[in-house]
Design a protein. Sequence first.
Length: 149
Amino acid sequence: MNRILFLCTGNYYRSRFAEEYFNHQAVQFALPWEADSRALRRDLAATGNLGPISAFAVSELQRRSIPIRGGERHPIRAQRADFDSAQRIIAVSHREHAPMVRQHFPEVLERIHYFEIGDLDVETPATAIARLTEEIDREIAALRASNDL
């Protein structure tokens, strides 16, 4: 099984939605890939997030009838081993996350691919999740195409 790792600031909203949505789509298309997600922020307690996963992510996954496999899991901070075990790594915002990767994990900087999906202070959840879904759908399509070769 191949592993894709989604990164965001707090591993609470965008990356958690990405993980759950990607895993659902991978099963639908019988792809030998599984997603996981992690936080780049070192101090997760300072995020002010309540509970294990954002209500915005939960609501959107439920609206799409996607079961939440990791809904009880609280955010997890990225560690070096997470990068070592991933074949593909995507941070959800270049602007926001490239500096964090550079500071905490400079040795993997060249392996990171980026989306540009803003957090709540940049774009609404509806817009962010719609754009995140489009980006993941492109990733799935590329993986399906490479799987057919």
